[in-house]
Design a binder for this molecule. Sequence first.
Ligand SMILES: [Cu+2]
Length: 125
Amino acid sequence: MTIKTDHLFSLFLLSISFILPVNSFAHAILVKSEPAKDSILNTAPQKIDVWFNDKVGSEFKALAVIDSNGKRLDNKDVQQETFDESHLYATVQPLAAGTYTVRYRVVSVDTHIVTGKFQFTVKAP
Ligand SMILES: [Cu+2]
């Protein structure tokens, strides 16, 4: 009985060892942004910054700011911070009051493409 249970347990450990490294090995996750997710701002931002939990690839990176009508208002100038490869930023055109969606796409160190979005709102003056 004990032997059988131990055997099952080692099989369990073995299967976990195949699953865990995939998730723990540098799959990029957005950890911070400016403006913050769902924030309400008195002043329109001129720049959008996003930070991931690990460095991301320099290729295929994308950052877009879209208004509620679907119009793109970033300057299509996404940059990666030289000394912090987990940090991307882009400048934006003057934003009127309204809610904006930020969309991002990056390549993780584990080669997985990660996409996501969040919103922020600029208050009417
Ligand atoms: Cu991954």
